[in-house]
Structure formats: C-alpha cells, structure tokens
Design a protein around this ligand. Sequence first.
Ligand SMILES: Nc1ncnc2c1ncn2[C@@H]1O[C@H](COP(=O)(O)OP(=O)(O)OP(=O)(O)O)[C@@H](O)[C@H]1O
Length: 600
Amino acid sequence: MSSFNKILGYYKKYKAIAILSIVVSCIFEITDLIVPYAIGQILNVLSQQPVDKPIQVIVDRVQNLVTNTSEPWLSLGVLLSLIILATVVKAPLQPWLTSWFHWEISLRARRDSFGEVIQKILTLPIGFYDENNPGRIAGKISRGIENHTWTYPEIAGQMIPKLGRVCGIFVVILLIDKGIAIAFLASFIFILGYSLKQVRVLIKQEELLDKYQENTESHTSEIITNIKTVKAFATEANELERQRQRIEREYKVITFRIHKGYVVLATWLRTTVQTCVFLILLFTLISTVKGNISLGHFITTLTVSSMAYAELEPIGNLIEVFARRYASMQRFAEFMELSPGKDAAGLDTEHIATNPYKFTGKLEISHLYFGYNEQRPILKDINLLVEPYQTVALVGRSGSGKSTLVKLLFRYFEPNQGQILIDGEDIHNLDIAGYRRRLAIVHQDVDIFNGTVLDNLTYGNPKVSLQQVEQACDIARVEEFIHELPHGYYTTVGERGVRLSGGQKQRLGIARALIVDPDILIFDEATSSLDYESERSIQQAMNSIFGTRTTIIIAHRLSTIREADKIVVLDNGTIAEVGSHEELLEQAGIYHRLHLLGSK
Ligand SMILES: Nc1ncnc2c1ncn2[C@@H]1O[C@H](COP(=O)(O)OP(=O)(O)OP(=O)(O)O)[C@@H](O)[C@H]1O
C-alpha cells in the first residue's frame, strides 16, 4: 500500500482538480443509465402500466404548466427529454469536463516530473553514479514517466468512472428488485476481488521483469559506451550472445509467467461474467413471470446489468495494463525518493551570481581521514599546506589515493575526520556551488558536450568575452589547431567530442578551465595518454599557467612535474614524502625509486 501511495504522490499537486474531474466523469457515466431506465419506463407507458414514482412526480409538475395534453404523451415527452439530456446535451460537454482534465493533469505531471528528474540527477551523490550506469538510470526514468503519463487518463478517466457506473447500476437494480441487486453485488465483489488477488501475484512477476529489463538496458548502454573496446577485442559475438541470453530470460518471464497469467485470468473473467449475465437473466425472468416486476423493469434490469457486466472486461483490461505498469512506476518513485548527496549544489543560479567567492588559493589539509567505506580507510592523517600560487604535484603508486584527495577537495565526498581549509575557511561551511566555481579541473579524459568548440570552451563561464576566450586558447595552445577546424570556434564537435583528437580535447579542457579563471586549477594526469608532440604542447601550456594561480597536478610521469614547488608523495593513503624534485631525489626514498623507474 505504501508503494501505491508513492505512485499516487506523482499527482499530489493536482489532487483537487483530479478529484473534481473524476467525480464529474463518474456522474457522466451514471447519466448513461438514464437511457435504459427511460426506455423501460417508455415500455411501461406503451403497455399501459404505471411509470415509477419519481417520473410520475415530474409528469404531474409538467402537467400543471401545460394544459390540454393527455397523460401518456406527457410521460413520453418527459422521458424523451431525459434521454436528450443524457445523450445529445451531454455529448459536447463530456470531453471537455473529463478527458481534457485527465490528460491535462497527466501532461502537467509529466512536465513537472521531467523538471524534478533533472533536479534529482543534478543533486544525487556522485557515489550513485559510480554504482549505476546511464542506461540503467535513463531506462528507469523514461519507463517510469511514460507509464505514469498513460496510466492516469486510463485510471482516472476510465476505470474509476466505470466502477462509478457499476455502483449506479447497483442502485438502479436495488430500486427495482432487492434480491437481484444483492446477487449482482455479490458477483461483482467476487469477480473483482479474485481478479485483484491474481493481479497482485502478476505484479510480483512484473517487478522481476522490470529488474531484468533495467539490467538489459544497462548492458546495452555499456556496449554503446564501450563500443571501441568491444570492437578492438572482437568480442561482438560474446556481447551479442550474452545480451540474447538476457533477452531470452525476459521473454520467458513475459510469456510463461506474466502473459500466461493474464490470459488465464481473462479466460476465467470472461467465463464467470457470461455465467453471471445468464444467471441475472434467469432471476429477472423468473421475477417477471411471477409478476414481481413489470415488463419495463425486466428490460431495464437486463439492460443495465448487461451494461455492468460488459464493463467488467474493460475494467479487467485496465487493471491488467495498470499492473503491467505498476512495477516501473514504483521503481521510478523509489528513484525520486533517493536523498540528495551531501555534495549537492544549490540549483538557484541567482544565488550563485550574488555570492561569488574569491580566494587567494591557500589550501590547508589537516588530519584528514577518509574511506569510501568506513571500514577501509583510503586516506589516513593527511596534513598539507599549499601556499597561494604554488604548484603542487601529487605522485604515488596507482591506488595510493591521489584522485580521492581531489574528490574531497571538490566535496564529492565528505572526510570521515579532519578538514580542508581554503583561505582559512573550512570548505564544508562554504556554499558548495559558489566554492566549486572557484576550482577547475582538467581530467585525463576531457568531457565534451555536443555543440561547437566555443560552446565547450565557455561551458563554465558563458558570459566571457571572445577576447578572453582567445587569450585562454592562446595559453592552452588551442590556437594551434583551432584554425585547422572547418569553422574555427564554430565547428561542431559532435557528441563526446569524437571529432577531436585526445590531445586537442585536453588542450580544449585546459582552455575551458582557464576561462573560468579559477583560484585553484587541478590537472588530473593530463598528459599521461598523449604522444610526444601533444604532451610537449600541453606541458608548455601548463608551464605558462604555473605561478598564475594555485595549481595541483596529479602526475604519473614525473618528467611533467619537475618544476613544481612542492611534490607530495602518497603511499598507501598517507603522505610519505614532501619536497621539491631535488630534495626528494636526495632523500633517496619512494620518489627517488619512482624517478629511477620512470627514467628507465
Ligand atoms: N568510488 C569508489 N568507491 C570505492 N572505492 C574507490 C572508489 N574510487 C576509488 N576507490 C578506491 O580508493 C583507492 C584509491 O583510489 P584513487 O583513485 O584515489 O587512487 P589514485 O592514486 O588516484 O590511483 P590512480 O593513479 O591509479 O588513478 C583505490 O583502492 C580504489 O580502489
């Protein structure tokens, strides 16, 4: 039930209008019953039997207004007027008062959801993205929203009004014959109760299927992301086979558990409904023959009860569709309930604009401990002082914790103990977005957004002037290749920058970082995967940046960091050595050993 409430939560903003439009839909459905009722009454008039009391009251009132009209004609006139109201007058009103609102609520909720989803994506902790790949996340979101969009009009616009109509039918039959009404109600409760019980079992299977589907989507996305590796290792056939197995597993669940379950349920439903229709016919006929009810009431009871049973099949279909969608809506609701990360930035751009920080770039790390998992510390008692404008290199074996330290600097994770201070202020106390805007990082693999080179360059600072862009490009040696591109700065680079080489992307990344004019600039192994010429270009770019701001370099190639003011050697999560290139060589420790390995 709590998961059902979560699903309902999707529409909570539109509760009032939803209730109103559902009630109106139910009223329209119930007015449909006027026609068979009025036809029954017409039959009574034609067979010279009395009409029901409420109709007679109306006829009497009309008779007071109209003289010289005989009673049968008046009764027929009143009944025809009722039929016109319930059909011709209702027809143009119904779509606007029902369907319009049901779809409007659904589409508005869809629009709201997309906005909320983006907020969720932007605020979830970075650890979430380490564990879930884009395909899995995107699949969950798109199936969740799509299913919600279709489900609301079906449930609010069809299923509930149909159930409303069934209740109306029960009241009509009750007014005619209590015994038949009770039999009718009992059959309905039994049919719906049993169907819902079966559907609950099927929902469990749908949940399993949803997990399988998410898994398949996640692997499809992984194949797309890693397509170069797949091709390079010629593992296409293996990938295809593994994916086929996953699809086959889904197919078996769909066909032999879910689809078969629904067909068995539909078979049972249809047979039971037909049996009930026949039994009602029998009971009503017996009542008529016994003289308990009139011919008109016989026709009305038979028609409305057939209408009610005829509704059971669409109601059953709607329950089936709802059940098929339930699992993905539930999983979407769970996604939306995920708590934002402690690293979540505020999403209010005005707030950032009015709160710009400016630091000298003095950085102090004091007694810092951290582990992704508290039982396994990665960084232990890190103490480090970086003066403004200094260039500091972090070196150490793979897995020693260099990137982790930078992640803490960016506040992607919180330290378990200790502090990081910038200009004497604990970074934990600063506005996260404002603080991050004063940092910039050039990753080994620079992220490129689909758009032009200029869009990518100005990503962190769209308001920058072209002159400043050119200056940054000059320092970052982007100028060397920009003129070779077909449209210069306005060349479209394609998704993920496929039209740029590795070295070009890195230089673009450096220029992009410079354009935000950061107080602290971080290079994450920026030159480790490049050819000699690109490396030299990037090295020159970096050299001209050193001393202009605090710079931190995570480096594997020691040749790139000789000029650093301070080299910090991390070993197994602790700072093992600190000093300049020459000092560390003299110490003849880890750095010396790494240096010897690098120069071999
Ligand atoms: N998101 C994560 N969740 C759990 N453990 C992680 C995560 N990221 C890194 N680690 C672990 O933390 C340790 C330090 O990793 P880190 O990436 O900081 O090392 P590094 O010195 O930058 O290594 P490299 O030079 O190879 O990039 C490693 O043992 C790694 O397995």
